[in-house]
Design a binder for this molecule. Structure first.
Ligand SMILES: C[S@@+](CC[C@H](N)C(=O)[O-])C[C@H]1O[C@@H](n2cnc3c(N)ncnc32)[C@H](O)[C@@H]1O
Length: 318
C-alpha cells in the first residue's frame, strides 16, 4: 500500500503503522470517525466518503478546513515557501533570526496556517509542541537551506495529494472539540479510530493526558454502538502500559513492534510494542501478534459487556 503522507509533521505520526491499522479496520457502510486526528495520516488513507475528523489543536483543524475550501492551494503554498525559504537562507545567525521572526509572528496571535507549515517543517526533528499559552515552542532545525527547491516540491506534492482527497468531499467534516463530544456522534455503521496522547508519554498544551481522560475514553468506547480501534502502547524495554491491564484488557488486542524516530526523550526514541485495541473479532491477525491472545469473539465480548464483568469494572473504575 502506498501511504499518502500529509504536509504536517509530528512526533506521534502513524505513517509506518497506517497499512496495519487499515488492514485491521473492518469496512463499514457509515463514517470514519477520528476524534484525535493529529497530522491526519490515518484518515487520509482510509478512502471513506464520509468522515468526522477532530482535534483539540485548532491549527491542525484550521489548516485542513482551509485546504478543503481551496483557500490553501499548492500554488499559494509554493509561493509562500519560496519566499520564506529565501528569507531563511539569507537571515543572520545561520537562519535562526528568520525562524524566530516567523515563530514570533505565529505566536503573537496571527496563527497563519502557512506559518504553521513553515514551523512544522523548519522545527527541530519534525516535532510539534506547544507551550502553556498555546505558543509554538520547538527550536529551529538549524538548517538555513531547509526550504531548498526539492523540499518545497515534496511539501507541495503532499499538499496536492491531501487536497485531492479532501476538497471533493463535502462530507468530510472537521471539528475542533474534545473527544468526549465526538465519540457519542457515532452510530452502529461507523468506525471510530482513536489515537489519543499516550498515557505517561509525550505531553504539551494540546496533548495533556491523565488517567481521568483514559477512563473517560474507556467508558465512551465501551458504550459506543460503532466499531472501534484504539491505538496505544503495550510495553517497551522498561515497562508495560498499566492502562492496558486496568482498562483495555477485556477487548481484543493486536500488537506490533514499532520504532519511533522522533522525540527528545531517550525512552520515546526506542522501540516499543504498539497495540490496537478493538471491539470486534480479530481472527486472522493472531499470527502477527506479540504473544497476546485474542480475548473473545465479538459475541462473547458483547455478552461480557452487558453482564457482571463489565458492571464490576465500571464500579471499580469510578
Ligand atoms: C497521538 S496524536 C494523533 C496522531 C495521529 N494519529 C497521527 O498519525 O498524526 C494525538 C492528538 O490528539 C489531540 N488531542 C489531545 N487531547 C485531546 C482531546 N481531549 N480531545 C481531542 N483531541 C485531543 C492532540 O492535539 C493530538 O493531535
Amino acid at each position: 500500500m502506498k501511504v499518502v503522507i500529509p504536509p504536517i509533521k509530528s512526533q506521534g505520526i502513524k505513517t509506518k503503522l497506517v497499512p496495519w491499522i487499515i488492514d485491521v479496520a473492518p469496512k463499514m457502510s457509515g463514517r470514519w470517525i477520528e476524534p484525535f486526528l493529529g497530522t491526519g495520516v490515518v484518515a487520509f488513507n482510509t478512502r471513506y466518503k464520509k468522515t468526522i475528523l477532530n482535534d483539540t489543536n485548532p491549527h491542525i483543524i484550521k489548516f485542513y478546513k482551509l485546504v478543503q475550501e481551496h483557500r490553501i492551494t499548492a500554488s499559494l503554498m509554493k509561493q509562500y515557501l519560496e519566499n520564506e525559504g529565501k528569507l531563511l537562507r539569507e537571515a543572520g545567525n545561520n537562519g535562526y533570526d528568520h525562524y524566530l521572526t516567523v515563530r514570533t509572528r505565529f505566536n503573537s496571535g496571527e496563527y497563519s496556517p502557512f506559518d504553521f507549515i513553515f514551523l512544522s517543517r523548519a522545527g527541530f526533528n519534525g516535532m510539534m509542541r506547544f507551550g502553556r499559552k498555546g505558543n509554538w515552542n520547538i527550536p529551529f532545525c538549524k538548517k538555513p537551506d531547509r526550504f531548498a527547491q526539492a523540499y518545497i516540491t515534496k511539501i507541495i506534492n503532499q499538499l496536492s495529494a491531501i487536497s485531492q482527497i479532501i476538497s471533493p468531499e463535502p462530507d468530510w467534516q472537521f471539528y475542533n472539540k474534545l473527544f468526549s463530544e465526538i465519540i457519542p456522534l457515532a452510530t452502529e455503521n461507523d468506525i471510530i479510530y482513536c489515537d489519543p496522547p499516550y498515557f505517561g508519554r509525550h505531553a504539551d498544551y494540546y496533548n495533556g493526558w491523565t488517567e481521568k481522560d483514559e477512563k473517560n475514553l474507556f467508558h465512551l468506547l465501551s458504550e459506543t454502538k460503532a466499531k472501534f480501534i484504539l491505538s496505544t502502547w503495550h510495553h517497551n524495554d522498561w515497562r508495560e502500559n498499566e492502562m492496558i491491564k486496568k482498562y483495555w484488557s477485556k477487548f481484543n488486542i493486536i500488537t506490533k513492534p514499532h520504532f519511533y524516530h522522533n522525540g527528545g526523550n531517550m525512552e520515546n526514541r526506542r522501540e516499543m510494542v504498539e497495540a490496537l485495541v478493538c471491539n470486534f473479532d480479530i481472527t486472522g491477525f493472531a499470527q502477527r501478534n506479540h504473544g497476546v491472545k485474542e480475548k473473545a469473539s465479538a459475541k462473547q465480548l458483547e455478552l461480557e459487556l452487558v453482564t457482571g464483568a463489565y458492571a464490576e469494572q465500571r464500579v471499580a473504575a469510578y
